[in-house]
Design a protein. Structure first.
Length: 220
């Protein structure tokens, strides 16, 4: 097992890279979608609501296949053909449910604040945009952070789904190692070893999330 550890760890780092990129893309898109969800105009908020519900409730693996099948393998550019690797498609596919869940986190965090905060800001002459930027969001971020961190932990564990699409990440590498060894008694030790890595990475996130919930008095 120690002989294969460097190779497995390289794959594990690739999983973490996919999780970080997916979380960054999903968070950026989710914040924008969350702000649209609280828009006063139903023309904006109603379609955004159903858009969020579709991607929030769809199975993550289905979304991965959705992106994998609909995204072209290559693009024609003025500089030649641009090949889109499978790991990029998987990253984009994982960012879709992240986007939907982050938008709900943003919407819930903003609406959880007392309406008196809006009234107080309005009495100071702030418009809606200034109120969101200067008063509401700085307070809401404290409430958004714990569920956002939980979502990231879930996303990190879900990066192994990319192996089904042919992405060479840690689970794919582990299966290839077991195939090379040809010894069935190594199945449990190797997968347990892999499980330990995810546990050591995700458990501190979960523990710190609990700490933040107590600190900010956020009810999970």
């Amino acid at each position: 097992m120690m002989r294969w550890t460097p190779l497995m760890f390289h794959g594990f780092l690739f999983n973490l890279a996919i999780s970080v990129i997916s979380m960054a893309i999903g968070t950026a898109a989710g914040v924008l979608l969350g702000l649209v969800l609280i828009a006063r105009s139903a023309v904006l908020s109603r379609p955004a609501y159903w858009f969020m519900q579709i991607f929030r409730n769809a199975p993550w693996l289905v979304l991965l296949f959705f992106v994998m099948d609909l995204t072209p393998f290559q693009f024609k550019t003025p500089f030649g053909l641009l090949v889109l690797p499978d790991w990029i498609k998987a990253t984009l596919g994982l960012s879709l449910p992240v986007m939907a869940n982050v938008s709900e986190i943003v919407r819930g965090g903003i609406l959880s604040l007392p309406f008196t905060q809006w009234e107080a800001a309005h009495s100071l002459g702030l418009d809606r945009g200034q109120t969101l930027r200067l008063v509401i969001l700085p307070q809401a971020i404290k409430r958004m952070l714990p569920p956002w961190m939980n979502l990231y932990a879930i996303l990190t564990q879900s990066t192994t789904l990319a192996s089904i699409l042919g992405v060479t990440e840690v689970l794919t590498i582990t299966r290839n190692i077991l195939g090379a060894e040809g010894r069935t008694e190594l199945l449990l030790p190797f997968y347990g070893y892999l499980l330990l890595w995810f546990l050591l990475y995700c458990y501190p996130i979960a523990a710190y999330t609990k700490h933040l919930e107590r600190r900010f008095a956020v009810i999970g």
